[in-house]
Design a protein around this ligand. Structure first.
Ligand code: SF4
Length: 235
């Protein structure tokens, strides 16, 4: 299966800016942005981010407030603070052997950066990769990572896989199957996450939100500073 998959990938690979580099900083930025945000939305943010802060040292020298404002539109703002702290760690100490020592970097992100930037023989397993391995019964190696990402994003979809267009269909025991959604995605509308996002946007715009619970949660995550009941972005 591996050869068929890689042949398909060489013909059909998506052109994505973070695939044009092996710079660990650029790849870390992309992977953190991609953790909870869709590719289409990440691309313009990624390009603007790299233009403004082209290195870990450049990002480390920025203020948290600048970083939080630049992150707006990507969601899950805590990632911005963690990425900033990770850049400060790298600027001060270099890249750790164990990338999970960096704030906000779990095993998956560490695997992706290790593979794409440092050439490590590790297959980062996200939901797409796991799904394809389960459906095909195949254990792919690290050289298949990007191909699996693309197959999972465009062909082997979660609910209704496009088996008719799949390069692995001839050998796949799940060919033609349909799947129920595993869980409904929690609604953003009306959620506490939405309230936090609205409060942070307001603070970034120089306003004072009245949502105290949201402000307390934002302060806990290092996204705002509260002084005498007045909220501001961390300097
Ligand atoms: S044949 Fe269908 S289920 Fe199997 S890997 Fe391809 S798209 Fe997924």
């Amino acid at each position: 299966m591996k050869d068929v998959l890689l042949a398909w990938y060489s013909e059909s690979k998506r052109s994505l800016p973070w695939r044009e580099t092996t710079d660990p900083y650029a790849i870390l930025v992309a992977e953190v942005m991609l953790q909870q945000t869709q590719v289409d939305r990440v691309v313009p943010h990624y390009l603007a981010w790299l233009e403004r802060w082209p290195s870990a040292a450049a990002l480390a020298a920025a203020s948290p407030a600048e970083v939080i404002v630049a992150w707006q539109g990507l969601g899950y703002n805590r990632r911005a603070i963690n990425l900033h702290r990770a850049a400060q760690h790298v600027a001060a100490h270099g890249w750790p052997d164990d990338l999970t020592e960096l704030p906000g970097v779990g095993p998956y992100t560490a695997g992706a950066v290790g593979n794409f930037a440092f050439g490590r023989d590790v297959l980062p397993i996200d939901v797409n990769v796991r799904r394809i391995q389960e459906r095909t019964g195949e254990r792919f190696d690290s050289s298949c990572t990007q191909a699996l990402f693309d197959l999972g994003a465009t062909i082997c979809l979660a609910r209704i896989p496009r088996c008719g267009a799949c390069p692995l269909a001839d050998a796949c025991p799940s060919r033609g199957s349909r799947y129920e959604p595993l869980r409904k995605q929690s609604r953003f509308e009306g959620s506490f996450r939405q309230r936090r996002a609205a409060a942070l946007r307001a603070v970034a715009a120089g306003e004072q939100p009245t949502d105290g619970d949201a402000l307390v949660a934002l302060e806990r995550d290092g996204l705002v500073v509260l002084e005498d009941g007045v909220a501001s972005l961390p300097a």
